[in-house]
Design a protein around this ligand. Sequence first.
Ligand code: ADP
Ligand code: MG
Length: 432
Amino acid sequence: QVVNYAPFTLLPSAVPSALFEQAYAVQQDFNLLVDAISQNKEFLEHTLASTIKVDDFTARLFRIHVQVLEEGLAQSVFLGINRSDYMFDCGVDGTPALKQIEINTIAASFGGLTSRTAAVHGRVLKVLGKSKEASCLLPNNPSNGLALGIAKAWELYGSQNAVVMFLVEEVQRNIFDQRCVENELWNRNIRVIRKRFRDVFEKGSLDDAKRLYMDGQEVAVVYYREGYVPKNYDQQNWEARLLLERSRAVKCPDIATQLAGTKKVQQELSRPGTLERLLPGRAEAVARIRATFAGLYSLDMGEEGDRMAATAIADPDRFVLKPQREGGGNNLYGEELRQVLEKIRDSPERTSYILMDKITPQPAVNYLLRAHSPLQASECISELGIFGVYVRQGAEMVMNKAAGHLLRTKAVEHADGGVAAGVAVLDTPYLV
Ligand code: ADP
Ligand code: MG
């Protein structure tokens, strides 16, 4: 009842190799883009202006962002760990295309557990007498890639005795995923502590140079594995977050980078000209990024928003309605989308959502193994994530990498929800 195995598919799922390679090839571009947005105060301010009027959570994050900038950034080393998620959209002629679902810039998880899934599926294939197929499964080790980024940030921070702090939830369902990354750091002789916001509130402090101390121990890197949903925060936790953001410690991510991962920012990126402005002189990167975008639409007050709201109400199955939330299970589809949008169509509340074209992948049969669930064949669809890691010191990018992949698969009847939400399970791509 306390510890279960992580859910996984019985068999690896077929993934078109061209799309897999495309997803890897665009990851460094996405790293640069997220980093550029995080440093662009005007863009964040302008893009989130309508959202923060109606979405209290985004507004509170934004206020910390502004406060920290006004005080002057104490942090000079920046570490980004993100995961860009895609589905394979099946066009009218049946050709699949790589379409981004979202990019996660805070607490992107499963890099640890998925470092083991290829071995699980390799074994299953061997048991089935398919050794040749087993040998085709790609090695994948995001734990190592993530740890390399954290280790680099720790090193550049430049204090031998400082620790890395994993900021974790009160109740840790995903502790083993985090431990995989932690172990890689201990192997490099980097000390890791695990703390909650509450611990920071009670025992965290800054010295005159804004160095962060926990219980007298200097912290070089704060790696957030929580803090991305409103329920992670009470008043004390918000104060703890502010303390961390004001500090010199490397935050992964800093609050600006968290804001760069909002759905509203994603939608604004799809406007003609925006990518070009954010990544000047990088036409090829812009083209690679744009090729992965699905249709994204603003519901801001005004003519454009009115028109999109009417279109979605008339044809709800073409779209997904997304609030500014993370963690799965928040999006609206079909009839529910229509009802909600009809209710808020003339109210500013609608600006807390964005609209996105619904992506429809080709389903395939697999078996989902989950503790306490009966085993049955299901029609499934998959979502591919690529982990990105980068480190910047001042203006100089010192690391920019794709650090491995994650394949999650779920039964088609679930429109939404990830592994943590109990819907999707861990999988391994079998390239075709
Ligand atoms: P979250 O931040 O909650 O993870 P996502 O944008 O990743 O939000 O959406 C959650 C899930 O909803 C995705 O994992 C995917 O299964 C589904 N989903 C999201 N956007 C789309 C879309 N445009 N078309 C089809 N399914 C989608
Ligand atoms: Mg998601």
